[in-house]
Design a protein around this ligand. Structure first.
Ligand SMILES: [Zn+2]
Length: 287
């Protein structure tokens, strides 16, 4: 019994030492883990962003494939634009948070397309009534399709006429116009590369088709004031503003365009801008 008890006592002592060793080892491991987590937290700002951008940049092809497979409809996906923030600015270049559609792009040097914007968005394809396919930023495409469908129910046929352009396309348009009409004409009428709203994917040209006629000029559009007014109203209701207004050429740098809509996301903001008849420059206090 004694021997057993002693053995038992020894065994119990070992077990207690073992437990206390476990506690110490646990504490040491916890400290190591904590310090590793700390290091990760300190370095996560840039690595998370890169990972998020890599994940985003892999998506457009899938989305395009899905969109083209299902005709005109744009697939509703996870809606993660707001999660992928590229807000931080390190080298003085201009960044916007993904999901922030209220940034200014115009001819001014400081208003180029924000750095990283194109990496943070998803481009999808939208087919118009004429069988033409255009590339549009996903949320902009969904908002446009809602507006177009609403107009269609009223018997008004809106037709997508232009959307995303690559930097290369914009530069070649500029070069062609300069060659055909002179450098001054190109400078007055075409945005230089990096400064066109069409390069953002969130600007679209929308024309009307009335009685089979495609209204492509200001004169043609103005001949149908009721349809035009309804186009503007419904587009604003879905988050779009007209960007180049009559009488605001000095601010926007462009002649009026009744077809060039810019997505700003928040319908309340769009409706406020449109009802006041102001430009995005004025709304943002950057005229
Ligand atoms: Zn346009």
């Amino acid at each position: 019994m004694i021997a057993n008890g002693q053995r038992k006592g020894v065994a119990m002592g070992d077990a207690m030492r073992f437990r206390s060793n476990v506690v110490w080892m646990g504490a040491v491991v916890a400290l190591i883990v904590l310090s590793m987590v700390n290091v990760l937290l300190l370095s996560s700002c840039s690595s998370d962003e890169q990972a998020a951008q890599q994940a985003q940049s892999a998506e457009p092809q899938n989305a395009e494939a899905q969109a083209s497979a299902s005709g005109e409809s744009v697939t509703q996906t996870e809606g993660d634009l707001s999660e992928n923030s590229s807000e931080s600015s390190s080298e003085g270049t201009r960044h916007v948070a993904s999901g922030d559609y209220l940034f200014l792009v115009n001819r001014d040097e400081e208003n180029a397309i924000p750095d990283g914007w194109l990496d943070s968005i998803e481009l999808v394809e939208v087919e118009n009534q004429l069988g033409e396919t255009y590339t549009v930023e996903r949320k902009t495409a969904e908002a446009y399709e809602s507006a177009r469908d609403e107009l269609e129910e009223e018997g008004i046929h809106a037709c997508l006429n232009s959307a995303y352009r690559s930097r290369e396309t914009q530069e070649s348009i500029y070069a062609e116009q300069a060659e055909s009409f002179g450098e001054q004409y190109a400078a007055d009428h075409v945005a230089p590369g990096g400064h066109s709203e069409h390069e953002t994917g969130i600007a679209i040209d929308v024309i009307l088709i009335v009685n089979g006629e495609e209204l492509r000029s200001i004169e043609q559009m103005e001949a149908h004031p009721e349809e035009l007014e309804e186009l503007d109203r419904v587009m604003a209701k879905h988050g779009f503003i007209l960007r180049y207004l009559d009488g605001k050429e000095d601010i926007t740098g462009y002649d009026p365009e009744l077809w060039h809509f810019r997505y700003v996301d928040d319908p309340e903001v769009a409706q406020e801008i449109m009802s006041q008849g102001i430009t995005l420059e004025e709304y943002l206090g950057k005229e």
